[in-house]
Design a protein around this ligand. Structure first.
Ligand SMILES: [Zn+2]
Length: 506
């Protein structure tokens, strides 16, 4: 069983931000989930190195394009490494093999007569790197996505891909495959985009204006439009057009933000149809992050959340946890360093880390460095064990992007129950009396074995901390495929060194 997960490739005209971190971390969580289920995984993430915006960003810093791309590529890769994103392939569109394959795709479509050359007069947004229709613009004539960037009037000859011949077929594909675009709100949005005739898509830029791109194979005066080139990465990453890509491609899922639904839901499928290739299996669409109170993040307001600052202050798992736990599928979600700090302290710290630390330290202090073997279980023991198995079972089933927050929530809810169980059983009282000593052993064993299951489940979301906890518990390798199984800790065995997993941060 294979699964191929892609993130968008990110424009490198600035440093990596929370949006980049989010999509790539979610892709990583889905990967870890599927690996735990026994799937063979391919996860690609990376950078889009072409286009006018990148070209201008290099010029602004007075750097050569090569040096600039090298610097930014490393910066993005470093951030994903620090975020613990276990990508299998890091995309750089400047790679020769990618460029050759893109040119091959264009030539094939051109040979079918689906690409035409014509004059275009109209409005162009540099932010989108797209031509805009009158109806795309705001009342005062600006791009709604780039209100501070003035749109330009252009009069250019370019090459265009005919889109309209494929519109009905794409609508039919969406109707036949309800899973193709998730969640439903974005499927409806895509159907809306396809409800009217499609204009031809401009797939070239004259070299007089843009040089950073893939040469158009049939006209040396042009480079390829950056979106055409970028979208093709999803195929070139897995070796297309050489044999061997097919099994991965059949299981391809694109994770994207809602702002790039059109390129992924309209341009890309039509490019593939024009090239005679099958469509990806699924587009999983997410909304965006805004600042606390629903205010858009901006440097001038000072509410921008920088992923590296958060990692430095709180550790990577505070950020991963917040992103997983608090995104909402079809509306924007709020984020700030304060919100991340609160969630980290109150959930990971107080509910999970604290219980582990108390129970494990108690066990080591009172049972000579070991985890005691349990005696007979009572109804409360059975009840908490059942709750933990049920709450974590979600992590042993296929997870879609939109499922992540609820499955994370279930783990926190059951951690509350575990804390209540521990407080009610009061092992510190049970240990005082020889008659209840065995009962104390049972409570400690049940608590730590339940925590072991919780940590195995958390390996999919916060692998670093969960892995550390499992070492402290001296837990065996989790089963593969993973399911929540009880009694895997060995009674009367040594515990590892107990560290504070989530130290409190003010
Ligand atoms: Zn724009």
């Amino acid at each position: 069983m294979k699964s191929y997960i892609t993130t968008p490739i990110y424009y490198v005209n600035g440093s990596p931000h929370i949006g980049h971190a989010f999509t790539s971390v979610m892709a990583d969580i889905l990967k870890r989930n599927r690996v735990a289920l026994g799937y063979e995984l391919m996860l690609s993430t990376g950078v889009d190195e072409h286009g006018q915006k990148n070209q201008e960003a290099a010029a602004e810093l007075d750097m050569s394009v090569t040096d600039y791309l090298e610097m930014r590529g490393k910066e993005f890769r470093d951030v994903f490494d620090r975020l613990g994103v276990a990508y299998d392939y890091f995309v750089r569109t400047s790679r020769e093999g990618h460029k050759t394959a893109v040119a091959g795709m264009e030539q094939a479509i051109f040979d079918k007569g689906l690409i035409v050359k014509k004059q275009y007069t109209g409005t162009y947004c540099k932010g989108c790197e797209e031509f805009k229709k009158e109806s795309d613009l705001t009342d005062d004539g600006q791009c709604p996505l780039h209100p501070t960037m003035k749109v330009e009037q252009t009069d250019e000859t370019n090459y265009f891909l005919k889109m309209e011949p494929y519109r009905e077929r794409l609508l039919q594909h969406i109707a036949d495959n309800p899973e193709f675009v998730q969640p439903e709100a974005f499927r409806n949005e895509l159907k809306q985009m396809l409800s009217e005739p499609l204009e031809d898509l401009c797939i070239s830029r004259p070299k007089a204006r843009v040089t950073l791109g893939v040469d158009l194979p049939f006209d040396p005066d042009f480079v390829t439009y950056v979106w055409f080139d970028a979208l093709a990465n999803y195929l070139t990453n897995i070796g297309w057009p050489e044999d061997g890509y097919e099994d991965w491609w059949a299981e391809c899922e694109h994770l994207i933000g809602k702002d790039i639904l059109k390129p992924h839901g309209v341009y890309w499928p039509i490019m593939l149809m024009a090239a005679g290739l099958p469509l990806p299996k699924k587009l999983s669409v997410h909304s965006h992050w805004v600042g606390a109170g629903g205010v858009k993040m901006s440097k001038s307001i000072g509410n921008v959340v920088d992923p590296i600052e958060v990692i430095d202050k709180l550790g990577v798992d505070a950020l991963r946890w917040y992103l997983a736990r608090h995104m909402r599928a079809d509306s924007d979600s709020q984020i700030s360093v304060d919100l991340i700090t609160q969630t980290y302290n109150s959930e990971l710290g107080n509910k999970v880390g604290n219980l582990l630390s108390r129970a494990a330290k108690f066990s080591k202090a009172r049972f000579d460095g070991t985890l005691p073997a349990p005696g007979p279980l009572n109804a409360q023991d059975e009840a908490i064990r059942k709750s933990v198995v049920e709450a974590t079972r979600g992590m042993s089933a296929w997870m879609n992007l939109a499922d992540i927050p609820a499955r994370a929530q279930a783990i926190i809810t059951v951690s509350d129950e575990m804390n209540n169980y521990f407080a009610e059983q009061a092992p510190w009282d049970l240990i005082k009396n020889e008659d209840t000593r065995e009962r104390c052993q049972t409570v400690i064993y049940v608590t730590l074995d339940c925590l072991r299951i919780v940590m195995e489940a958390l390996l999919q979301i916060i692998p670093g901390s969960a892995g550390k906890a499992l070492k402290m518990l001296n837990a065996p390798e989790p089963p593969l495929p993973w399911t929540p199984e009880l009694d895997k800790l060995q009674g009367d065995s040594e515990l590892g060194e107990i560290e504070t997993l989530f130290p409190r941060v003010q």
